[in-house]
Design a protein around this ligand. Structure first.
Ligand SMILES: N=c1c2ncn([C@@H]3O[C@H](COP(=O)(O)OP(=O)(O)OP(=O)(O)O)[C@@H](O)[C@H]3O)c2ncn1[C@@H]1O[C@H](COP(=O)(O)O)[C@@H](O)[C@H]1O
Length: 173
């Protein structure tokens, strides 16, 4: 059968790369679905074991060491961390902000499972920011330890009035 050359008969793609239907509003000519959809799709393709046993905070120290190793010896062709770090501090910081917003959205929507996943993305990108800035996890853990037992309300009330906290915040009192 002769191949139709009439453009109008060409079916508009209605599926994303993964074969899942594009959500309403995503232009059919979109090269790829919006990031949130891509993420959700990839999660759909990789059933998640939310609340998996064996999770503990030590993973953060381990993950920091892995990302730090990617900074020094990572291959941008095979390591997301190496590629992100190679894109420079502004991009590293931008990605943290993006992931924070995605976590805010999931939490606001009351999506517990999605909030867990977005929290993991956010923590990973925070570790990349630390590696990029030369911050070791124990420096942050020490700061949190120092705050133990001091209520946030008491801490804020004790700040000198009218003086911007010693270069630790851009917020005016
Ligand atoms: N925990 C993570 C992790 N969480 C999220 N991500 C990636 O972060 C990216 C965020 O997706 P985006 O859509 O924002 O894509 P992007 O390419 O970053 O940004 P854009 O250019 O699209 O704006 C995805 O590629 C996620 O897979 C992660 N990549 C790696 N890790 C872990 O970090 C360690 C080192 O990984 P590699 O550096 O890839 O070897 C391993 O233990 C990994 O499990």
């Amino acid at each position: 059968m002769a191949k139709s050359t009439d453009k109008t008969t060409k079916r508009k793609p209605t599926k994303a790369r993964t074969g899942l239907p594009l959500p309403a509003g995503v232009p059919a000519k979109a090269k790829k679905a919006p990031k949130a959809v891509r993420k959700a799709e990839s999660r759909h393709l990789r059933p998640l074991d939310l609340g998996a046993a064996g999770g503990d905070a030590g993973v953060l120290d381990d993950l920091w060491r892995t990302v730090e190793a990617r900074r020094t010896a990572g291959d941008v062709a095979h390591s997301h961390s190496a590629r992100l770090l190679a894109r420079g501090t502004p991009k590293v910081a931008q990605k943290l902000g993006e992931e924070a917003v995605e976590c805010v959205i999931a939490a606001t929507m009351g999506e517990r499972g999605e909030t867990i996943l977005e929290s993991a993305d956010l923590l990973y990108h925070l570790l990349v920011v630390w590696v990029d800035a030369g911050i070791r996890p124990e420096e942050v853990w020490a700061e949190l330890r120092q705050r133990e037992g001091i209520s946030g309300i008491v801490e804020k009330a004790a700040r000198p009035k009218g003086i911007v906290r010693a270069a630790r915040t851009t917020k005016l009192p």
